[in-house]
Design a protein around this ligand. Structure first.
Ligand SMILES: [Zn+2]
Length: 92
C-alpha cells in the first residue's frame, strides 16, 4: 500500500483498507494503466459495462458516470463507510 491516501477513481471517496486495481482500459484490450477503486465500485463498473465499452471510455471516469445506472450506484454508495462492501453471494 502506498503511504498517500488514495481516492477511488470511480466514486472519489477515500479508500481505507479495501482496495482493488482497475484497468480503465481492460487488459484484454491492451490497457496497461491501473487506478485504485473500492472493491464494490470495481464490481459495479464490471456489472454495468462491457469490456468493449470500457475500452472506448478509457481513463475518463466522467464518461462512466454519465450512465444513469452508474449515477444511481454513486448516489447509493456515497454515504457508505469507505470499507463498506455488500456481500456478493447473498442468495443460496
Ligand atoms: Zn469507490
Amino acid at each position: 500500500m502506498p503511504d498517500a491516501p488514495l481516492n477511488c477513481w470511480l466514486c472519489g471517496r477515500p479508500i481505507a483498507t479495501l482496495m482493488q486495481w482497475h484497468h480503465p482500459v481492460p487488459k484484454s484490450k491492451g490497457g496497461m494503466e491501473t487506478v485504485p477503486v473500492h472493491p464494490i465500485c470495481h464490481q459495479a463498473i464490471h456489472n454495468y459495462f462491457l469490456n468493449s465499452e470500457l475500452a472506448k471510455m478509457g481513463n475518463d471516469s466522467a464518461a462512466l458516470l454519465e450512465r444513469t445506472a452508474m449515477q444511481n450506484f454513486i448516489d447509493w454508495v456515497k454515504d457508505k463507510p469507505p470499507d463498506f462492501h455488500a456481500p456478493t453471494r447473498k442468495r443460496r
